[in-house]
Design a protein around this ligand. Structure first.
Ligand code: WT7
Length: 644
């Protein structure tokens, strides 16, 4: 199909810049904003928060800091659901959410702001009727269906704290998160469709809730699977019984709005705490400026709500702006690699946001599946989750964007709440593999081990400097020590992102994690977490997990196992891989398990991951002198080679 649509970028040398057409429509085009914001970031954010959000009461102090904690808009009061829904009701028929079910014979469902308002009020009343009040934690274990958005917003209406758990996580992973937060209610569904088949979610939910603080399980109907049990309620039946107005709970800006568990370097995921006002301010303004989102736009962020990207740009950002959000239930290339692109065509998506792993997958698919659709509605293309290589960037730019749309390579984390480093569509430049600048009013630096800025262009640790962005985490749930150790121990007055970076022509280029965290198809996983899971198996004596580069998934976990009993076999390898599914979920499943008799370790017993990583990619490992068991290296090498 011939490329059509507005050209939003122009080429200058090797770089791309916004075209006049883009500048005409963009929410922000003046590069001076960076300097202006930097003069007084606190005042800058104060002005933005006032302008962008609806407050019930003004704050007394815009920003206070007593490290490692800091507060935004102290004394300010607001309700998050009012900002997402109530304030857009002047036009109640406007579509808030487009939901695309996976089965092709099912029609997409559109939910207007008016309907959404009705549903979240009612569901908020349902939660209240079961004793949920301000500050209580509600566990949400839902697939990509409208009930997810309704549940999350209903929580924010009454000031309950939502804790969403990725639906592909296992019952055990869910249970650990329920127990950490002591949730009283679990919202789930009977199932969902994935690659043409119904998946049973309820079974896992019920198993997870056993012997925990959960008093009621509320189940959304999707696949029609039986969901009987004591204290099991039907989502829709409950909504139908509920009264239609729920007065919004007026929250302090600093009150916790949600928890989201993410992987650190240890075996146990940590509950990242996000506040209400600061998070909302960053979600609103980053949606408007980084994605150039306007109320008349449709945004599709392909991330699952189980991840922070799904929270901030799949659900909340578009609603705060009063735009339309599109979500899709199922597999990206189901029933064929044209699925996503047909959705963009049919629903005239303007802003599309996905991860490099998906881009790499589609790059390898027969291209007719992408080029046959009319993608001229697209305006901005986003990338997130891991570094994007030049080839994938160019493919995304040309094939999806028709060489018309800026690629916004957004760097951020579960901890930062919203994007922080990227170029802005109306400002540019758009340079392959380079993320860009700190969002106006935020400051990052690249430093050496001692926290001193590295010489120009030299790689180092990426840190954030005071004042810390409004969307930043406010702690680790029930774990002050972990909060301090993870983010503040190394650099004291600067937030440690655990990412490496360097400057390229004044723009930040991210090189990847500096800790033992993997990014598997964009999903964040600690090597220690997978090790713990495998170690729990009775047959395992010792285990090491390291990431290996993968063409599509970016990285994949590889495991080295020393057996306590049993003989190495293909069958046992499968058994242990499946065991990880039960402990964490299929995303964490090692690609291969190698049975060895010893794992290379230092004298103090630390696994030498560096050496294992080198052996996996057939490189000569360095620094063998530090090993307590150098002879293990030869064996590992032999076993990898005989298995590949
Ligand atoms: C880690 C955070 C927050 C979005 C989803 C991931 C890596 C994220 C980029 C990017 C290179 C990136 C970092 C970061 N990352 N975006 N544009 N370029 N790396 O959230 O699961 O908390 O993972 O993802 O390593 O620390 P997350």
């Amino acid at each position: 199909m011939k490329k059509k649509g507005i050209k939003y970028v122009i080429k200058k040398g090797n770089e791309f810049y916004p075209s006049d057409e883009m500048k005409k429509i963009a929410n922000i085009t003046d590069a001076k904003i960076y300097e202006k914001a930097n003069k007084d970031p606190v005042k800058f954010w104060g002005d933005l928060a006032k302008k962008g959000l609806t407050w019930e009461k003004d704050w007394n102090e815009t920003y206070t800091e007593k490290l490692p904690y800091f507060q935004w808009f102290k004394g300010g009061k607001l309700n998050f659901s009012v900002n997402c829904v109530d304030r857009h009701l002047a036009n109640p028929n406007k579509t808030a959410l487009i939901w695309i079910p996976e089965p092709k014979d099912e029609k997409p469902i559109k939910i207007s702001y008016g309907e959404l308002y009705d549903k979240i009020n009612k569901f908020a009343n349902v939660l209240k009727s079961y004793g949920i009040k301000k500050g209580d934690i509600v566990s949400i274990y839902l697939p990509m269906i409208p009930e997810a958005l309704i549940s999350m917003l209903a929580c924010t209406r009454i000031g309950a704290i939502h804790s969403v758990v990725f639906s592909a996580f296992s019952a055990e992973a869910l249970k650990a998160r329920i127990e950490d937060g002591k949730a009283k209610i679990l919202i789930t569904s009977d199932g969902y469709y994935r690659r043409g088949k119904p998946e049973n979610l309820f079974k896992k939910a019920k198993q997870a809730a056993k012997k925990t603080t959960i008093q009621k399980i509320i189940v959304a109907k999707r696949t029609g699977t039986k969901t009987r049990g004591r204290n099991v309620l039907d989502f829709n039946e409950e909504i139908e019984k509920a009264s239609s107005y729920c007065k919004p709970e007026i929250m302090n800006s600093e009150d916790t709005m949600f928890l989201l568990y993410t992987s650190g370097t240890t075996g146990k995921p940590k509950g990242i705490i996000h506040d209400t006002g600061g998070y909302a301010a960053q979600a609103y303004w980053t949606s408007k400026w980084n994605f150039d989102l306007h109320p008349e736009d449709t945004m599709w962020c392909t991330a699952d709500i189980g991840w922070v990207t799904g929270h901030t740009y799949g659900m909340y950002g578009p609603l705060l702006v009063g735009a339309t959000s599109l979500i899709y239930e199922g597999g990206p290339n189901f029933p064929n690699p044209g699925r996503w692109w047909k959705i963009i065509q049919d629903h005239k998506v303007n802003v599309f946001y996905t991860a490099p792993t998906a881009i790499r997958m589609f790059m390898k698919a027969p291209q007719k599946w992408i080029t046959k659709y009319d993608l001229s509605s697209l305006k901005v293309l986003g990338s997130v989750g891991e570094p994007i290589d030049k080839e994938s960037w160019m493919w995304y730019f040309r094939t999806v964007g028709g060489s018309r749309c800026p690629i916004i390579d957004t760097w951020w984390q579960t901890e930062t709440g919203g994007t922080l480093i990227n170029t802005i569509p109306g400002i540019g430049p758009f340079v392959p593999t380079v993320s860009g600048k700190s969002f106006p009013g935020t400051r990052h630096s690249i430093v050496d081990d001692e926290g001193r800025p590295t010489p120009k262009g030299k790689p180092g640790f990426l840190v954030q400097k005071s004042p810390f962005a409004p969307g930043m985490l406010h702690g680790v749930f029930n774990n002050h020590k972990k909060y301090v150790d993870t983010y503040w121990k190394k650099f004291k007055t600067m937030y440690d992102t655990s990412d490496g970076a360097y400057l390229q022509n004044g723009l930040i280029r991210i090189t990847g994690r500096t800790d033992d965290v993997m990014k598997v198809a964009g999903h964040r996983l600690a090597t220690a977490e997978v090790e713990n899971a495998i170690h729990d198996n009775k047959k395992v004596d010792d285990v090491a997990v390291v990431p290996m580069p993968d063409e599509i998934r970016g990285q994949v976990p590889m495991a080295f196992v020393v057996l306590k009993k049993g003989k190495p076999s293909k069958k046992l390898e499968q058994e242990l891989r499946k065991y990880v599914d039960i402990k964490i979920g299929p995303t964490a499943r090692p690609k291969r398990i190698f049975f060895v008799s010893d794992i290379p370790k230092t004298r103090s017993g630390k696994i030498m991951r560096r050496i294992l990583k080198a052996l996996l990619i057939n490189e000569k490992p360095k620094g063998l002198m530090t090993l307590v068991n150098p002879e293990s290296v030869d064996e590992v090498k032999r076993i990898i080679n005989s298995n590949s």
